[in-house]
Design a protein around this ligand. Sequence first.
Ligand code: ZN
Length: 455
Amino acid sequence: MKTFVRCGQLFTGCEDEAEAGRMLVFDQEGVLDYVGAEQAAPRRAGGDRMLDYSASFVMPGLIDLHTHLAYGNAKSEEDIDLYSPLEFRALRGLFFAQHVAAAGFTAICSPGDAGQIGLSIRNAIRAGLFDGPRVMAAGRYLTTHQGLTDWYPTWIGAPETSIGKLVTTAAEAVEEIRRQVKDGVDCIKIALDGIQRRDNGELVAAFTQDETGIMVREVHRLGKKAVAHARGREATLYAARSGIDLIFHANHLDDACIAAMLETGSAVCPTMTHPRNTVDFTQSHEPAYQKGRPRHAQREYEIGCANWKKARAAGVPMMTGTDTGFAVTPYGEWHARELELFVDDLGFSPAAALRAATEVNARFMTGGEHIGRLEPGRFADFIALDASPLANVGILQDRGRLRAVYIAGNEIRVAERDYDPRQVTDFALSNWTDLYTRARVAELRGQHPRLAAAE
Ligand SMILES: [Zn+2]
């Protein structure tokens, strides 16, 4: 039995235009064997099925390279690391993975999670136990003392349930890489930014250039991909020089970083949605606001946009991802905002943004040669919309416009259900964000009549 899909407009991901009067044909395994004009399509046999999306815009399923399945819409780093067992996080992650797929994102990379959560969700979906997106999984971030994810004091270290795995020598790093590969990860995440800054404000890299090179070589020797978190210039440079496959953030990249990226083939996933949402949504009573996070995020965003544009102009591949999994980037909600930000703030055309989130992202994914484009030999992973995102890429964020989501030719339908978010993620212990000294209380009384009345 074959399935025929009549498309109102078809955007294959292979070029910038959509075409009318096209048809997709795929087999029982969900593999496309015809993509082209309806008149030239193979003849239908008796048992074949016809899907009519003649009023829709059909395009490849979207891919988000930066969705942390284990974070659970976390409100703090402690929420991510400490307060729920790995087993609960895995169940929660599967639930949320389905919501990501229902939003039109048929494949994701989960780059850095505690335990074996990402790969367990991947395997459960792959085995056919649950509907869900294709998942490319990493394990715990490799970090070292003063590296990102090594948040806690040295007398606590990185607890077993943390997203960070502390390694203190190159030999320990290599051992951890081999262990994660044996467990079945698709990629290894390296926390390349440190948490220390120089006097000029520059972030010091967590690992040296030599250590970074040793880790990346080992990952590649074992046939896996290496990804790094690197906002700072130094970490970005080390990552690019060592030939890391994908660099998240890279806000402070410079000409030397660009030259190294072009030489080794590193791609950049700027991840604009998380900082943009932090700026746009953080309310003034939030601890994040009181710590100055929105102001900081705004500054980093502006620096990043100037540098990302330079990297793109030089020919560095730019990929889309959102850092979904935080309270400002909940699952299934903002994934397509990244495309709009690529258009508005990096100067991408809507077609270029669509291709970034489909065929360009697919180049990074494990098995990416089978997804990201609608062409014979690839999977029928596609979405149908009742408007064209080529006219307005913002419509991808409007769930009312999404008619259907297919993965390997099977329609994904996720039932809407209410749940109690406080039983899912709200475990951090912080109760006050201010310190009520006599001076502070006097100041607040000046601002708030209610406090004054209580006097
Ligand atoms: Zn991230």
